[in-house]
Write a protein that binds this ligand. Sequence first.
Ligand code: ATP
Length: 440
Amino acid sequence: MEDIVSLCKRRGFVFQASEIYGGLAGFYDYGPLGVELLNNIKQEWWQAMVHEHENIFGVDGAIIQNPKLWEASGHIAGFTDPLVDCKNCGARHRADHLAGTDSTDLLELKKLLTDKACPSCGKKALMEPRKYNMMMKTWIGPVEDDSSIAYLRPETAGSIFTNYENVRETMRAKLPFGIAQIGKAFRNEISPRDFIFRVRELEQMEMQYFINPKDEKESYERWREFAWTFVTERMGINEENIQWHEHGPEERAHYAAAAHDIYFKFPQGFKELMGTHDRTDFDLGNHQRVSGKDLQYYEEETKQKFIPYVIESSMGLGRIFLAVLINAYCEDEQKGEKRIFLKLPEHLASVKYAVSPLLKNKPELVDKAREVYKMLKEKYGAVMWDDNGNIGKRYRRQDEIGTPNCVVIDFETLENNTVTIRDRDTTEQKRVSIDELTNR
Ligand code: ATP
């Protein structure tokens, strides 16, 4: 993890939020290269989820919603994590993490923590574990009292459910259909940690698929399959770095009848990357009850009315970003020197081409290189100009950020309009004509 954190900072992928003020635990900013990678991941997900399905529609809901939404969804009462305080030093820890279990059952945690010492002070002074609500609060309007409390959404799913009827009607959608959303969510995590793995402000890519209850099992399996294929084929993650994890009854969220996570081999161990959940009619049923609006679906063929079931596909953007970087991180030796390179799939790489003149003090080379740079930039956008240091150093720099192609303009370019193009993974150079570059 240290290697990744250091690379992210050194090369402008991720910075600590408010770094000049000492940072803020659980909050991060994405830098120039980070935001490119992030956008590429989002775009790929949107493409796979929305554009490649005729029955999945996008929305972009508000972060703050009527608090009744979170009452109905069960978050105000039940969006909790088990917390344990240390009597000696006052530190607070996630009880399940400290106990090394997936269970959130307080009695079981109490037993497991009996002989544990506080990781902060080393004393055996842990109090009884208790539930802690992770919703972030704010107040709307000038008066800060109970009637003006609102919550920053803890997941994007909320406004998908409240828009179910709007989308169904406006898109004239029939079951099954899905609603997808990418956006920020906030969780007051007890102990944010492991870089961007567990943060308090996160971004999620979620899709809720509304189905006839009779299709529950088949649909659930289909979305599990989608999850695996998306992670391996679209994100380029090696199969040996991921595994399935099925939630037991003590682990499952308050809304889920079944849940399968994909775990990724993060440096701290195999941990949750994304989840596929069977939420049954929990959400629409509760929203119908609390709002008093009829959210039943009328099926013309059978003339029946029912509350649709929901299969959810949910992925943290920061976590997939981290997994993509870890999966791509490679070290090898080139001419007796250690080399770090990111073997990112080309469609995800922050920079697609780097363009350099062989020598930066030869105006004829620089002019020609500028011309090639401009041409590639118009076509691909994510193209970097790099004339700093010698060619070897430039290649190393581009390798570290995962640029798949480095183009160099040399004296031969001036004679026959060809350039060298170097492959990041093999380090092999080929000579190609300039026209070929934009027709690849
Ligand atoms: P965890 O068990 O790790 O706390 P969760 O089961 O609460 O996660 P979900 O509520 O299913 O997570 O959220 C969906 C996805 O959002 C997760 O699979 C994960 O990728 C991401 N996610 C959840 N909490 C965080 C967080 N605090 N920081 C970063 N990503 C998160």
